[in-house]
Design a protein around this ligand. Structure first.
Ligand SMILES: Cc1cc2nc3c(=O)[nH]c(=O)nc-3n(C[C@H](O)[C@H](O)[C@H](O)COP(=O)(O)O)c2cc1C
Ligand code: SF4
Length: 426
């Protein structure tokens, strides 16, 4: 299988040194982009590649870059979203700590295409040690003339900065990230206008995920068509998944888009321990609907096929659960996360996640009341598509899908003898 993103992972971090990176083909795509291609031609290749954003929403990258106006009175910006806080997802961490220059090279090519002279890497605060790796790599790139004034003798200048977040999941949402980067509290902004038109400090801004940008050098070196051919027609290339939970070899695995989910679990990850049966999978990080074993059996890992079984590819965090798992507990845990991370800006999410958790909490003590499962469902319904930003949807979808598919695990938590008690009291 072709490795686009992880070809240097076997070097165990040695590629952080620019000399090792250069010896293994590094910065050749940048040389090609500056010496043989125009920004228009690069954009065309990225569009052809069918690369879709790897941060969760799967928006076509070339189309997004195309929204940035050519002429702008305000400076344009590129932002690399390295906030990576979705439970179950840890792929960007390895892309940055094992091969930081690949991502930096992708950023410089993207910035050149967009005409952005400044970029920021907004990195999750807990990745402090990776921030240091990135800063060293950026300093090396300046020394070799890949960053700074007149890059590779061209007329293009570019400066790159690393900015750590402070532990809020909402700051991974692109507009809350912009607020945070401007030094304000991380609340999402109303869209439209979209950041590509009005973003950081009011200037046109592209926010892309680490993995999206790390794929760019390969696309430039090998061509958009070659990248697309690795995956499916609508979902080009390869994808890095973080597989966790009940598998023998959890970890990050790069496979082509369209790869069968069960092959990922059984072949790459060595199957489920102890010969136990699969019960459920969360295929794209904690925000997406859960699927059962039958759905997992017919699920290929590309945007369209995962949608066909009622879920989403999301951020690529694959959480595998065997038959010993209590899906009620899994969902309660996820709900606690969203309640804690709700930024409090809008009522459906701020109040709804707390009410959800309140009901979950009494059910945890096996003190659920008759009607509580319907109440959970209804509360989730009041949050879903009625919140200001997608964090609300992310809180609601796991609850509804878990009830739909694993009702028995919820039923056990209801104290049905209360019915008898009430009847007796009547
Ligand atoms: C609550 C929330 C958290 C998010 N966290 C991240 C994140 O940590 N990293 C990321 O790349 N995208 C995250 N996103 C998605 C971003 O808003 C945005 O779509 C993405 O960075 C765009 O990059 P892409 O087009 O390359 O995927 C998050 C979205 C939401 C709603
Ligand atoms: S949905 Fe939640 S996280 Fe998003 S703005 Fe509303 S309160 Fe904040």
């Amino acid at each position: 299988m072709t490795k686009v993103l992880t070809s240097r992972f076997d070097l165990k971090g040695k590629a952080c040194d620019i000399d090792v990176y250069l010896k293994t083909g590094g910065y050749q795509a940048l040389e090609k982009a500056f010496k043989e291609l125009t920004p228009e031609k690069i954009l065309e290749e990225v569009k052809k590649s069918a690369l879709r954003g790897r941060g969760g929403a799967g928006f076509p990258t070339g189309m997004k870059w195309g929204f940035v106006p050519k002429e702008s009175k305000r400076p344009k910006y590129l932002i690399n979203n390295a906030d990576e806080s979705e439970p179950g997802t840890g792929k960007d961490r390895d892309l940055m700590r094992y091969d930081p220059h690949q991502m930096i090279e992708g950023m410089i090519i993207a910035a050149y295409t967009l005409g952005a002279n400044v970029s920021y890497i907004y990195i999750r605060g807990e990745y402090w040690y990776i921030k240091e790796i990135l800063e060293k790599a950026i300093a090396q790139a300046y020394q070799r003339g890949y960053l700074g004034k007149k890059i590779l003798g061209s007329g293009f200048d570019h400066d790159m900065y690393v900015h750590p977040g402070a532990g809020a999941y909402i700051c991974g949402e692109e507009t809350a990230l912009l607020e945070s980067l401007e030094g304000k509290r991380g609340h999402p902004r109303l869209k439209p206008p979209f950041p590509a038109v009005v973003g950081l400090y009011g200037g046109p801004t592209i926010v892309n995920n680490v993995e999206t940008l790390a794929a760019v050098p390969w696309i430039i070196l090998n061509g958009g068509d070659a990248y697309r051919a690795l995956g499916t027609e609508k979902s080009g290339g390869t994808k890095l998944y973080t597989v966790s939970g009940h598998v023998n070899r959890p970890g990050n695995y790069e496979v082509p888009l369209g790869y069968p989910l069960m092959n990922l679990i059984n072949e790459e990850c060595g199957g489920i321990p102890g010969g136990r049966k699969l019960k459920a999978v969360i295929p794209g990080g904690s925000s997406v609907p859960i699927i059962n074993a039958a759905e997992a059996g017919k699920c290929n890992m590309d945007y369209e096929s995962v949608a066909a079984v009622g879920s989403m590819l999301g951020s690529g965090g694959v959480i595998v659960m065997d038959e010993s798992t209590d899906i009620f507990e899994t969902t309660r845990n996820i709900t606690h996360f969203y309640m804690h991370e709700s930024c409090g800006w809008c009522t459906p999410c701020r109040e709804g996640t707390r009410w959800l958790y309140k009901v979950f909490d009494r059910m945890k003590r096996y003190e659920g009341r008759p009607g509580d499962i319907e109440l959970l469902y209804d509360l989730a319904d009041k949050i879903l598509f009625k919140s200001f930003c997608p964090l609300g949807d992310a809180a609601a979808m796991p609850v509804q899908s878990a009830i739909d598919k694993f009702r028995d695990d919820f039923d056990r938590r209801i104290k049905y003898d209360l019915v008898q008690i009430h009847k007796a009291a009547d």
